[in-house]
Structure formats: structure tokens, C-alpha cells
Ligand binder design. Structure first.
Ligand code: ATR
Length: 291
């Protein structure tokens, strides 16, 4: 593909706010799509220190940005800003956080949460329908809540197990229809589940050095094992699942699918979510991993 280097007065601007943000693959992904689509746009990393998120958002809006992605630790701050001054999409209301801000032409800020729908879209892109059955979610952080909301919306029963039980109880209080299981007992519900989803940092490079209280040998043969960790792509959990003959879905596709809505709203065209962008990110992750 021919490289487009021109930035001018018509360039559409977006980016990702986070702290730290240097590790984010979103600039690589969005700029690839911009080039692929021939759109005059640019997507930049925006390191915003905790405590400065509000002023950064106002500044970016005033400077003509079309919008931004929001990552750790600003997703709750983004929710609060939009709740007070803008329009919260239902996805954001359900998940209690915002990962995509759109600065609308009328001066309002729109807030969306695309993590949960990105997760579901990725599973379905693997040819696995998400419309019934039961899911066991491991973890009770922001990602777990977004995924739980999207699964419940599609008619999937959700059970949550978290090391800190009180956090799982709090999640269940925010979204009705969730069963809470003690972390140590998580394996007991596995035989009745069609989906197992890891949303904890266990298995992530540099993440928690711990194991799951589960024996995948007890799982139903139809269980689909999903991990939202994508560094490394093949986590120990996914390798273990594959060795039991279970279907697996890794976390890279969720990263790609959650990005589509923002790209379309900021730049006016749907990105191509397919093997080309996946190969690009996969190669980049391998490089970083090897380095
Ligand atoms: P996010 O918002 O991205 O989901 P988070 O809020 O930091 O991230 O949540 C991380 C999840 O990983 C939590 O569910 C956390 O469990 P606790 O609520 O008990 O902290 C889970 N987690 C992290 N380290 C863990 C470990 N060693 N064993 C089990 N769970 C762990």
C-alpha cells in the first residue's frame, strides 16, 4: 500500500488517551485503516496523566479532534464527563464506563462502550453464535462488566467468579441476572457452561502470576474458552483448552472489533475488520515479544 504522509488543514484527528499509552496498538491499527481506506486522517497516542483527563478532553474537543478512545485508567472518568455534559449510549450506561468519545458537531460529547459488543462480535466472527446458554466469567473489573452486559443482552446466562468476592457481588448488583460464584468453587459450574471467559490479568505478560481454580477436563465438550488477554495471544488457559480439544477464541479479535465503531464515527467509513489488520497486529506483537 502506498504510504500517505500528507497532513494538512483537512486532516481528521483522533487518538487514544491513557496512562501509560505507549504500549497501545490502536494507533497502528487505525492508521493502517486510514491508509487502506485512503482517508485524510491521523490517529495519535495521547498520554494523559491521572487527574488531567477532564482538561485534556476539553482541550482535544476545542482543538478540533473528532473524538478519542479511552483506555486505562480513564474509562470511569470518561463516563462521568459524558454523564454530566453529554450523551451516554446505552452500551456505556450498561457497562458503567466509556471507551469511545465522539465530539459531535453540536458541541456535545457522546460516550460509548464497545468492549462488550467487540467481544461478542469477535466470538461470532469465529462462527460461534452468542444467543443462549451459560457463560462463566472470571474476573469482575471493567472489562467483565462490559462483556457481562453484552452477553445478558443476547440471552446468555452469566455467572461471575472473582478472587475478591465483594467485587463480583457489586457487579451483580449493577446488572441484574448475574449469578455470583466463589472463586474457589468456579470449577463446579463449568460442566453446565457453553462459554468460559477470562477477563482477569492472569496469563498476561507482566500480569498476575496465578492459576485458575478450574479443571478443564470437567468441561462440556462444546465449551468455548475465550481469553481477552492478547499478549501473549496463546495464553496458558487457551493452550490448556486446546489440549482438551475445546474451541478457543483469543483476545486480539476483540481489540480489533471494539475499534470499528469509533473509526466509523470519526472518519466516516467502516474499517475492514479482516485478516490484513489481524496479521499486522499479530506481527507487531510477535516483534515486541521477541524484543
Ligand atoms: P479491567 O478493568 O481491565 O477488567 P481490573 O479492574 O484491574 O481490570 O480487573 C482485573 C481483574 O483481574 C480483577 O477481577 C482482579 O481480581 P480482584 O478483583 O480480586 O483484584 C483479577 N486479578 C488480578 N490478579 C489476580 C490474581 N492473582 N488472581 C485472581 N484474580 C486476579
Amino acid at each position: 500500500m502506498e504510504r500517505r504522509l500528507r497532513i494538512d488543514g483537512h486532516t481528521l484527528l483522533a487518538g487514544v488517551t491513557g496512562w501509560p499509552v505507549a504500549h497501545s496498538r490502536s494507533p497502528l491499527m487505525h492508521n493502517f485503516w486510514l491508509e487502506q481506506r485512503g482517508i485524510n486522517g491521523a490517529y495519535v497516542p495521547l498520554p494523559v496523566v491521572p487527574g488531567s483527563f477532564d482538561v485534556a478532553v476539553r482541550g482535544l474537543q476545542a482543538a478540533g479532534f473528532r473524538g478519542v478512545n479511552v483506555t486505562i485508567p480513564h474509562k470511569e472518568s470518561a463516563y462521568r464527563i459524558v454523564e454530566e455534559h453529554g450523551r451516554l449510549d446505552r452500551s456505556a450506561q450498561r457497562s458503567g464506563s466509556v471507551n469511545t468519545l465522539v465530539f459531535a458537531p453540536d458541541g456535545q460529547i457522546e460516550g460509548y462502550s464497545t468492549d462488550g459488543d467487540g467481544f461478542v462480535a469477535n466470538v461470532e466472527a469465529h462462527g460461534i453464535p452468542v444467543k443462549s446458554g451459560r457463560a462463566l466469567l472470571l474476573g469482575a473489573g471493567g472489562a467483565a462488566r462490559a462483556i457481562a452486559a453484552s452477553l445478558l443482552d443476547r440471552g446468555v446466562d452469566v455467572a461471575v467468579a472473582n478472587r475478591t468476592r465483594a467485587r463480583a457481588d457489586a457487579l451483580a448488583a449493577q446488572l441484574s441476572g448475574i449469578a455470583v460464584i466463589d472463586w474457589a468453587q468456579a470449577g463446579d459450574v463449568l460442566p453446565s457452561c457453553q462459554f468460559l471467559v477470562n477477563t482477569t490479568s492472569i496469563g498476561m505478560d507482566g500480569g498476575a502470576d496465578a492459576t485458575f481454580p478450574l479443571d478443564l477436563g470437567r468441561a462440556d465438550a462444546g465449551l468455548v474458552v475465550c481469553d481477552i488477554v492478547y499478549v501473549p495471544r496463546q495464553t496458558a488457559l487457551l493452550r490448556q483448552a486446546a489440549s482438551h480439544g475445546l474451541r478457543t477464541v483469543d483476545g486480539l479479535g476483540m481489540l480489533i472489533h471494539q475499534a470499528g465503531l469509533g473509526f466509523e464515527k470519526w472518519f466516516g467509513a467502516a474499517p475492514e475488520i479482516g485478516p490484513a489488520v489481524e496479521a499486522l497486529l499479530d506481527a507487531d506483537l510477535h516483534c515486541a515479544h521477541a524484543g
